[in-house]
Design a protein. Sequence first.
Length: 323
Amino acid sequence: MLNYKKLGFVNTKKMYTEALKKNYALPGYNFNNMEQLQAILSACLQTQNSVVLQVSKKAYEYMEENLIYHLVQGAIATMKSQAKKMKLKPIEVALHLDHGDSYELCVSAIKNGFSSVMIDGSHLSYKENIKLTKKVVDFAHKYNVTVEGELGVLAGVEDYVSAENQVYTRPEDVKDFVGKTGVDSLAIAIGTSHGAYKFKPGQQPKIRLDILREIEKKLKNFPIVMHGSSSIPKEAVNKINKYGGKMEHAVGIDPKQLCEAVKTPVCKVNIDSDSRMTMTAGIRESLAKNPENFDPRGYMGFAREALVEMYKKKNIEVLGCGK
Ligand code: G3H
Ligand code: 13P
Ligand code: ZN
């Protein structure tokens, strides 16, 4: 059993309390490799906000459980020395399992140094969701690991998370769910969706802020999480298509609606697709412009710089947590 504090990570408690007080949201950025991880920490250091580093089940398998905490520990050490050089305050970092789908996976992540886990029982019946979530909370809290649960189902497809139709979170359930499970934060479904094709062409994308406000009244100052919140920037879509990719009709959440949402108790906003797209656009552009290059450091380094800029902009302009 690894102790996440000794590895230099924190759980989400203090950072969410701060976010609730100051009416901003923190980023929940997913990563799958070294360049994404470096870009996230470098951007968040520069904008001076805490960050929740997220690893999905697929990413947990891709990077391998034993490598992840070493990578993050190393990236934090680099961030701290950068902070010293730049005369900035080092930032706080939580290592979070995203969309954990079983008790066993959550336990494995906790044993491997994760400071926070999500148990996603949203596809189960209400009763089964409570039972599974509570079981994870009971284990996690013994080690001071924070737990995110989910109520309601987001539409969209991911490797391990997929749903045809979305089911909005019922405000009348949230207090009971939080009380019975003991979760530290709650992911809700209010119209966002996973992936790069969030809405059909011609559809008017809208986040149900009215449902969010009802939830806020029922839970009062309790950390809420929004998944599926990438904006799918037009520039990235166009660049991917221009340099040989094929992403037709990719569309995301209107950043203006996200700006409204983060003024409520929404403490974390999950972003993965924007990062994937910015990285892919950067790699495609670099390869197209430098056809003779076969050194991954060339195109990966170029994409990493683009990622840093994207994250900084998001922290400042959308989430409101960055300076
Ligand atoms: O919702 C979270 C991520 O987008 C998960 O994607 O399962 O392909 O890593 P992944
Ligand atoms: P996006 O696909 O909108 O980036 O959502 C990511 C997410 O919710 C990770 O849990
Ligand atoms: Zn998600």
